[in-house]
Design a protein around this ligand. Sequence first.
Ligand code: AMP
Ligand code: ZN
Length: 112
Amino acid sequence: MAQKDDCLFCKIVAGKIPSTKVYEDDLVYAFNDLNPKAKVHVLIVPKNHYDNVVELEQKEPATLARIIEVAQKIASDKADGTFRLIFNTGRNAGQSVFHAHAHVLTGEVLPE
Ligand code: AMP
Ligand code: ZN
């Protein structure tokens, strides 16, 4: 795995910081967001470190496709199969952790 020193999500993937695992495979790791914004709020991250989703798409596009597949699986397993998928990209857009991650929100009727 390509990890970056002092990256929170690299440490979560490596098990050095605890998380509530929702799903794991060879490419991605998914865990509950610590500060949920919906009844179901899961983060899906690539196991390798990329700063954001654009870098992930450029360097490991199959993993971006996997993230979408896993989002659907989580939404079907935990809710009615519908979901909102968010990739905050850049500080001004709300990105606070600079390891690419998808927010999967579901489990309720989401506000607009
Ligand atoms: P973003 O603002 O898009 O970079 O999203 C970062 C997300 O990581 C936020 O929704 C935080 O609540 C979440 N978060 C931060 N630290 C942890 C942690 N230790 N375990 C789970 N989620 C976390
Ligand atoms: Zn990282």
